[in-house]
Ligand binder design. Structure first.
Ligand code: IMP
Ligand code: MG
Length: 176
């Protein structure tokens, strides 16, 4: 295992549930009369995707992409690699990228540029968490659950070294 431990709960289950319901109704309103493709960024965003999609009130499809991010470190390398691409074409589709957290923004910047080159009808970003202080490139989410301080968080899908994803709350990780 690791020499880290769960220091405190930053966002509890009730706060997360309430925020996702709000995001769901806002997105449903904005896309009224349209079909939506949710593009989930593996693996961290899977729990957010599964909760958010059940608050969306339109015909929708889901697809998944995996990109390399931190490996076993807590700092972004800046090198982004596609590990798994989408199964389907996104041409002429309304796409919403579903991300767990935006940190430096390097991953999402790369992803957005890559996906925009495939000629979608539109492209927006929803992130559950945003750490704006850490941004290295100019990228803004269209929808954001919570802005959080510059602390490493785990739980609700987010990992450190592939651990802690199953925690129901979002927690701050401390050093032993
Ligand atoms: P970025 O490219 O620096 O914006 O990093 C984005 C990715 O790094 C996210 O999609 C997460 O998978 C991961 N990440 C960034 N910050 C955290 C954190 O505090 N906890 C867990 N994963 C994180
Ligand atoms: Mg991620």
């Amino acid at each position: 295992m690791t020499d880290k431990y769960v220091e405190k709960v930053l966002l509890d289950k009730a706060a997360i549930e309430k925020k996702i319901a709000e995001l769901g109704s806002q997105i449903s309103k904005d896309y009224q009369g349209k079909e939506l493709l949710l593009i989930c960024v593996l693996k961290g965003a899977v729990i957010f995707l599964s909760d958010l999609m059940r608050h969306l009130d339109m015909p929708l499809e889901i697809d998944f992409m995996a990109v390399s991010s931190y490996g076993a470190s807590t700092e972004s390398s800046g090198v982004v690699r596609i590990l798994k691409d989408l199964d389907c074409s996104i041409e002429n589709k309304h796409c919403l990228i579903v991300e767990d957290i935006i940190d430096s923004g390097l991953t999402l910047k790369y992803l957005e540029e890559n996906l925009l080159s495939r000629q979608p009808a539109s492209m927006k970003i929803v992130t559950l968490l945003d750490k704006p202080e850490r941004r290295k490139v100019d990228i803004q989410p269209d929808y954001c659950g919570f802005r959080i301080p510059d602390e490493f968080v785990v739980g609700y899908g987010l990992d450190f070294n592939e651990q802690y994803r199953s925690l129901p709350e979002i927690c701050v990780l401390g050093e032993k």
